[in-house]
Structures are given as structure tokens and as C-alpha cells.
Design a protein around this ligand. Structure first.
Ligand SMILES: *Cc1c(COP(=O)(O)O)cnc(C)c1O
Length: 352
């Protein structure tokens, strides 16, 4: 970055502030877009509140996209990112769907690398912890007409985080019979800001019933499995790992893609196909539902201990962590933290 304006009041001991999605580091990356000028003025500055007109388009119509990735610190103090170019590509695909001007992925990634390298002291080292990287774009025109903005901000903020969900602990899942996450032709396959808040009320009802996450069914028939919370989902059916095939209602997770590549390399059969919720309960009765897990950047692998659908409840893998779930978790987190060799060229080092 040409411009790095360091804060004059850096946090003395970042670790003392704790971990969580609400603890932020001292600096952020920003660039601006104006029609005619394109994306310009990439810079790293102190984290500061945004000055926005209350009429700003994003506040009314949620013309906004985001990404989520993680930075890890290896034992030898290197700052590592996991397949970050995938997140930049997906963010641009999100932009296209939301009529937001696309950006230069290399430039954005350079900004992210500079920022995480600058903030390296904030990267926690305990197992399961990392520095969460949140790039996002918002529409900033002060204009109430429901049409695409002509100005935007691309911002990256960082938050040191602990293990998401319960770490590698199986959780119970509620299969949502009524509400859906995404519809065909909609925005379920991109990270559009507006996709997420409608899930809160559903998630909260499930929590009240004692379930950690919601399993989403398709929006037409409520028959096919789509995702678990904001994670992709895999089921081990009689030795074959089955995951819903991508369409425009499923978010193409970087973790999902990495899991598929690992399973193929390990010669474990993997199928991407339509999967009926009824099939899962049938194979369970036949003793063929061996294990299940959600996967995404936040948790890496999140084993599923049980499923509740209408009046049926099943326990998966006796509520224990499945063998493949464990192997995937250890492999992914091992590569991410530099403990295991990077056989797939997935690791990108951020240097200052
Ligand atoms: C981000 C996200 C995922 C996981 O994607 P990763 O790239 O693996 O982090 C899955 N489903 C939804 C709905 C998401 O928003």
C-alpha cells in the first residue's frame, strides 16, 4: 500500500482485550469507488467510525457483500492465510450479482496481506484461535431510489477469534420445516449481507429448543438438504461422503471445496448430488448414516451429533466425533497453522 497511516494510540497488549467477533484490531484497509474514477485510494489507517449520510443506500436496501477468511500464526512466527484468492474471486462474483463494481483481486489481496502483517501481534496462538478477516463492500450514495449506487467503500477489518461453535464437539441440529435460507434465482450462492438477518429469528427459536444450528431445506419443496447454519454440510452414508451439489441456493464454500479435494486425495468416495432429508432418516434406520459435519471458515469442521426433523430425532456417530470429521479437522487446521506441509499450494504467507 502506498499509504499506511499508523494509529497514534496502538493497543498495548492485544491479548488482554480477549477474543470474539466484537474485538477489533487497531487498523483497517479501505478503498473507494466513484463512477468514472473506478476503485481508488487504497490505504491502511487507524480503525475509525464511518461518517455516512443517513440516506446512504446500504442502510436502506442492503446493497452490500462480504467475505470471511482467517489468518494464523505458525510456530515460527509466519503469518498465514488459507486460499485467500478464492475469497477475492467469490467476492467479485458476489459483486456482479449485487450490481456492485468489481475490484482488482490482486490489489485487494495485497491490501489484506499488508494489513494482517501489520497487525500480526493480534493473531492469537492457542489451538482453535485465529485472526478473522472481514472484507466488505457497502453502497454509499445518499439516495433513496432503489437502484445501484454510484459510490462504494471496500473495507477490511480484523477480529481475533476463539474456537467457533463448540470447537470439535458434536452439536444437535434442528431441521427447519418452514422457513428457508435461499431460493432458486435468488442470492443464496453469494455472500450478500441481506441473506443473514432473516435467519436470526429461526436460529433463535431453534436455540430455545436446545439446538445449536438450523439445517436448511430447499425453498420449493422443503425436501432437499441445503446447508447447516452458514456452513456447507456433508453426510457419510455407508462410506460415501455426500454433500448437496452447488446451484444458486448453496454457498460455494472454500472449506467445502477443500474438503472435497482432500477426500478425493484420500480415495474416500465423495458425491455432490441432491440429497433428500427423508433419505438421511432412511439410511439411519438401516444403520448406514455413519457421520455428519458442517464446514466453513469459522469452525473448519463442526461435527453433527444429532438431527431433529418433525417428530423424528436421530443421534449420529453416537454423538461422538466421526473418524473422517476428525481427520479433516486435523488436516485443515494443521495446514492452516503451518504444522502440516502445504501439499496443495493453499497457504499464502503475508509479509510486511
Ligand atoms: C461463508 C458461508 C459458508 C462457508 O464458506 P467458506 O468459504 O468455507 O467459509 C457456507 N454457507 C454460507 C451460507 C456462508 O455464508
Amino acid at each position: 500500500m502506498k499509504i499506511v497511516l499508523k494509529t497514534t494510540t496502538p493497543t498495548a497488549n492485544p491479548g488482554e482485550k480477549g477474543l470474539g467477533f466484537g474485538v477489533f484490531t487497531d487498523h483497517m484497509f479501505t478503498m473507494d469507488y466513484e463512477k468514472g474514477k473506478g476503485w481508488h485510494s487504497p490505504r491502511i489507517t487507524a480503525v475509525e467510525p464511518l461518517m455516512m449520510h443517513p440516506g446512504s443506500a446500504v442502510l436502506h436496501y442492503a446493497q452490500a457483500v462480504f467475505e470471511g477468511m482467517k489468518a494464523f500464526k505458525s510456530k515460527d512466527d509466519r503469518v498465514l492465510l488459507f486460499r485467500p484468492e478464492q475469497n477475492m474471486q467469490r467476492m467479485n462474483r458476489s459483486c456482479v450479482r449485487m450490481n456492485i463494481p468489481t475490484f482488482d483481486e490482486d490489489l485487494a489481496l495485497e491490501g489484506i496481506k499488508k494489513l494482517v502483517a501489520l497487525e500480526h501481534r493480534w493473531i492469537p496462538r492457542e489451538p482453535g484461535t485465529s485472526l478473522y478477516v472481514r472484507p466488505f463492500i457497502i453502497a454509499t450514495d445518499p439516495f433513496l431510489g432503489p437502484s445501484a449506487s454510484s459510490t462504494y467503500k471496500f473495507i477490511v477489518i480484523l477480529a481475533p477469534v476463539g474456537a467457533y461453535l463448540a470447537g470439535l464437539n458434536p452439536v444437535d441440529i434442528y431441521v427447519e420445516p418452514h422457513y428457508v435460507r435461499a431460493i432458486r434465482g435468488g442470492t443464496g450462492n453469494i455472500k450478500a449481507a441481506g441473506n443473514y438477518a432473516p435467519q436470526y429469528v429461526v436460529q433463535e427459536s431453534a436455540s430455545e429448543l436446545g439446538y445449536a444450528q438450523v439445517l436448511w431445506l430447499d425453498g420449493v419443496e422443503r425436501k432437499y438438504v441445503e446447508e447447516v447454519g452458514a456452513m456447507n454440510v456433508f453426510f457419510n452414508i455407508d462410506g460415501t461422503l455426500v454433500t448437496p451439489d452447488l446451484g444458486d441456493t448453496i454457498l460455494p464454500g472454500v472449506t467445502r471445496d477443500s474438503v472435497i479435494q482432500l477426500l478425493k486425495a484420500w480415495h474416500i468416495p465423495v458425491e455432490e448430488r441432491r440429497l433428500e432429508i427423508a433419505e438421511l432418516f432412511e439410511v439411519y434406520e438401516q444403520g448406514k448414516l455413519i457421520e455428519a459435519f458442517g464446514c466453513g471458515t469459522a469452525a473448519a469442521i463442526s461435527p453433527i451429533g444429532g438431527l431433529a426433523w418433525k417428530d423424528s430425532k436421530i443421534k449420529i456417530a453416537k454423538g461422538q466425533v466421526g473418524e473422517i470429521s476428525k481427520r479433516l479437522y486435523e488436516t485443515l487446521t494443521g495446514m492452516q497453522t503451518g504444522e502440516l506441509p502445504d501439499e496443495y499450494d493453499w497457504i499464502v504467507e503475508a509479509k510486511s
